[in-house]
Write a protein that binds this ligand. Structure first.
Ligand SMILES: Nc1ncnc2c1ncn2[C@@H]1O[C@H](COP(=O)(O)OP(=O)(O)OP(=O)(O)O)[C@@H](O)[C@H]1O
Ligand SMILES: [Mg+2]
Length: 254
């Protein structure tokens, strides 16, 4: 079943100057649907509009045109608490997403309290359980972000998102800043979590090798246009667009 759907969504950024307003069409009108429990990848070169699409589907800002539907119902601003909770985003740079002067505990507790996920006396257990599932030691709770590695921070971001029991996770280049072994570990974790929690994941990446490991379906973008939509299996066996083929050929061969 279609869980999150964008119909005819597009985005034109406007930058106001002194005399003129510059317009940048980052996303041409497109349709996209994420099915219940699937991992859908979005690939494409830098500037192709991947983050723009992610931010629109994560409701960071409204599209210039088009409509978004969640479980078949059109979503309007201001967003309900439920939507804010159900759809969680994780971003590329783990070093900037957590408050530098807050302990990890504080950063984890805040959203749980805001959304009243568990009673206060259960918070500690709840968080420790999630840390364990994301293979993080408990002693990081009293540390500050600067005292963690990039891979650990990204896992903290995953814990933070998961703590709200989301239905959809939007992951925008979340392994790009990580070393290969750490990145593989995070990919494995995401895959496990998707299976255990029946999460839907929008996995944004320019890394086709990572996409192949994790996603079932993919869309390929260039210059704000969707060039191809395919199962990941077919994407590699018989890509529909010449551009996809060049992306595949560019994957480093070990
Ligand atoms: N706030 C903004 N104002 C003006 N232009 C923007 C803004 N954000 C993005 N753009 C432009 O829109 C286009 C698409 O950007 P977007 O960030 O969606 O690409 P991307 O595919 O995520 O790239 P990357 O792989 O580098 O993250 C780019 O040309 C970018 O410069
Ligand atoms: Mg981006």
């Amino acid at each position: 079943m279609k869980q999150l759907e964008g119909k005819h969504i597009s985005k034109t950024y406007e930058e106001a100057g002194f005399f003129t307003t510059k317009r940048k069409v980052a996303l041409k009108p497109m349709d996209i649907a994420i099915d219940n429990g699937e991992i859908l990848a979005v690939v494409g070169e830098s500037g192709s509009g991947k983050s723009t699409l992610a931010n629109i589907l994560g409701f960071l800002y409204a599209p210039t045109t088009g409509h978004i539907y969640y479980n078949g119902e059109e979503i309007h601003y201001p967003l309900s608490h439920q939507i804010r909770r159900d759809i969680q985003m994780i971003f590329q740079n783990p070093f900037t997403t957590l408050h530098p002067l807050h302990t990890i505990r504080k950063s984890l507790v805040e959203p749980i309290r805001f959304h009243q996920v568990v009673k206060r006396e259960k918070e500690e257990d709840y968080i420790k359980n999630l840390l364990e599932r994301c293979r993080l030691p408990e002693d990081i709770l009293d540390r500050y972000p600067s005292m963690l590695s990039g891979g650990q921070l990204q896992r903290v971001n995953i814990v933070r998102a998961l703590s709200l029991k989301p239905k959809i996770l939007i992951a925008d280049e979340i392994i790009t800043a990580l070393d290969v072994p750490v990145a593989l570990d995070v990919l494995e974790l995401l895959k496990d979590l998707q299976k255990e929690n029946h999460l839907s994941i929008l996995f944004i990446s320019h890394d086709l090798a990572a996409v192949r490991k994790i996603a079932g379906r993919a869309i390929v973008m260039k210059n704000g246009v969707v060039l191809e939509e395919n199962s990941v299996e077919n994407l590699f066996i018989c890509p529909k667009s010449a551009y996809t083929k060049t992306l595949i050929d560019a994957i480093p061969k070990l």
